[in-house]
Design a protein. Structure first.
Length: 534
């Protein structure tokens, strides 16, 4: 039984899933959404039947085990079973009739899960989508592929972390027309209860790409801040997935949406606030050729921690396994180089601002609110506080904080605040957030602070010689990248200096990739200058 999006309000959220449930609300407001059809969870349950349900149950219950080899093998077996699961012929026939003439060139299939007490945003990013041509053979493969990727270890761990059982998850499948984007992005209405809408946009599909950022004030409906970043490539959907294409050079530094489009998107986001509440998240696409705005997803932003304990264990396990595999391959491939070439130590450490998790970071920079508002990983954090804040003892005790970044409003008073902190918390390492480079010449400042954080936006204003003086004065420096995407050349020079880095929340993965590229460049330069000895 195939449903259209207009049928969804007549069904239960459990039957259609939270994603379809929310998108039907958007459609009811007269907004444009892609042509959408739905395989309800009742039909998906029939496909899974008892045998596969039992495998999902076994895998989820085994998550408490520390035998990661066993867990990975179970996950592989489950994926293999789901990849070849039998899909009823009559279901494919009905789906083909439904999409005939409505979805022509390219389709996308999305999971639409539901579990009591879990909102749509809570599972975001854990389940994959799949692009395909709207043909019989491709539809069958797409359903099998999405099912095989929906019950992975990370998804199951996340469901447990949120207080539900994976086997109770209802899963519907949405088949949508894939809109070819001229531009796309995300709008968040009233983030952190602020009276504004934040819009991020890029050319093509919005998927961890360099993006533009706009802040729109709700009261006057005006753009109060614009940030345009360099965008050299774009992603476009194909039947092989998202593919990267070069952008015309004259578009690299052009805004990916016009001022009028910014305000139109902001108004739509605001119109959805009575439905979803605030803060709400809206994913949108401006269609290539028509400039029409389509809403892809909309939901209330989850207030639950993005990563909790069990899921973090799974992420760490997957990451460590990946490192082991890469290391082993390197040993097998270039043993002579590893034995005889001595590479320079790369001293740079990478920290992530906020409690989210990405692979490969050395620690986290957190505010006191981060620590007290949810479950965070306390294994290696640096606390960031403003001069006017009172340092809370419970935060220090909970996470055993050893390092604090102090962001001053007035450098003289900040020094006094720092001295009091050291007096009452012996052994604490204090790091100065350096808004004005000239402050390093104040007498005694390096005796109070043992490190400095330099925002990336003032790097252009200071010389390399000054940075070396800064490093010599404080012993260590960190570069706060904010949401910028600096050049690999600049990052390479900072790595050679021995700087550490703080990644921003929204651009963290892209920033991390740039740093890794810069590190690779430093290694290559060293290898060229110090050829292997026979």
């Amino acid at each position: 039984m195939i449903l259209s999006l207009r049928d969804v309000p007549l069904r239960s959220e459990e039957e259609v899933g939270s994603k379809a449930w929310n998108l039907a609300k958007v459609l009811s407001e007269g907004l444009k959404v892609p042509e959408t059809f739905l395989i309800p969870s009742t039909e998906v349950s029939k496909i899974l039947m008892e045998g596969l349900r039992h495998e999902i149950f076994e895998l989820s219950r085994s998550l408490i085990s520390e035998d990661w080899n066993y867990l990975l093998e179970m996950e592989r077996e489950l994926k293999s079973s789901l990849s070849s699961v039998q899909i009823p012929e009559e279901l494919i026939e009905e789906l083909m009739r439904a999409i005939d003439g409505r979805i022509r060139d390219l389709a996308i299939i999305r999971p639409s899960p539901f579990s009591q007490g879990i909102s749509e945003g809570d599972l975001k990013g854990r389940m994959q989508v799949w692009y395909f041509k709207p043909e019989r053979k491709e539809i069958l493969r797409a359903i099998q592929k999405v099912l095989s990727e929906s019950f992975n270890l990370r998804t199951l761990a996340r469901i447990y972390d949120l207080g539900s059982y994976p086997e109770d998850l209802s899963l519907a499948l949405m088949i949508q027309e894939a809109i070819v984007p001229r531009s796309s992005g995300v709008a968040v209405c009233c983030p952190a209860r602020r009276n504004e809408i934040v819009i991020r946009s890029t050319w093509g599909s919005f998927d961890e790409r360099p993006s533009d950022r706009f802040r729109v004030g709700i009261d006057l409906r005006e753009i109060i801040e614009s940030e345009i970043n360099e965008k050299k490539t774009k992603l476009l959907p194909t039947d092989k997935g998202l593919k990267e294409f070069d952008l015309e050079t004259d578009l690299w530094l052009m805004p990916s949406i016009s001022k009028e489009e910014v305000l139109r998107i902001a108004n739509i986001s605001l119109d959805l606030s009575p439905i979803f509440g605030t803060p709400n998240v809206m994913e949108w696409i401006i269609q290539e050729g028509t400039n029409e705005i389509f809403i892809i997803q909309a939901y209330r932003e989850s207030e639950k921690p993005k990563i909790k304990s069990l899921e973090k264990k799974v992420i760490d396990m997957i990451q460590s396994r990946a490192v082991e595999v890469v290391t082993e391959k390197r040993k097998q491939k270039i043993p002579q180089v590893i034995r005889e070439m001595e590479f320079p130590p790369i001293g740079s450490r990478v920290y992530l601002f906020g409690p989210s998790a990405i692979f490969g970071v050395d620690g986290f920079v957190l505010t006191q609110e981060h620590v007290t508002s949810g479950e965070v990983d306390c294994s290696n954090i640096i606390l960031l506080i403003d001069e006017s804040e009172e340092l809370r003892g419970e935060v220090l005790e909970r996470c055993g904080v050893q390092s604090i970044i102090l962001r001053p409003s007035n450098i003289s008073s900040a020094i006094e605040v720092a001295k009091r902190m050291i007096k009452f918390n012996p052994g604490i390492k204090l790091i100065l957030y350096l808004k004005d480079p000239g402050t390093i010449f104040l007498p005694g400042i390096s005796e109070v602070f043992s490190g400095a954080v330099v925002p990336i936006d003032i790097i252009d204003k200071i010389s390399g010689k000054f940075l070396r003086i800064l490093k010599d004065s404080f012993g260590s420096i960190m570069i706060d990248l904010g949401e910028s995407l600096p050049s690999v050349d600049l990052l390479s020079s900072l790595i050679k200096l021995g700087a550490d880095f703080i990644l921003g929340e929204s651009e963290a993965q892209h920033q991390a990739r740039l740093i890794w590229r810069a590190e690779a460049r430093v290694f290559l330069e060293y290898a060229r200058e110090n050829p292997q000895k026979n």
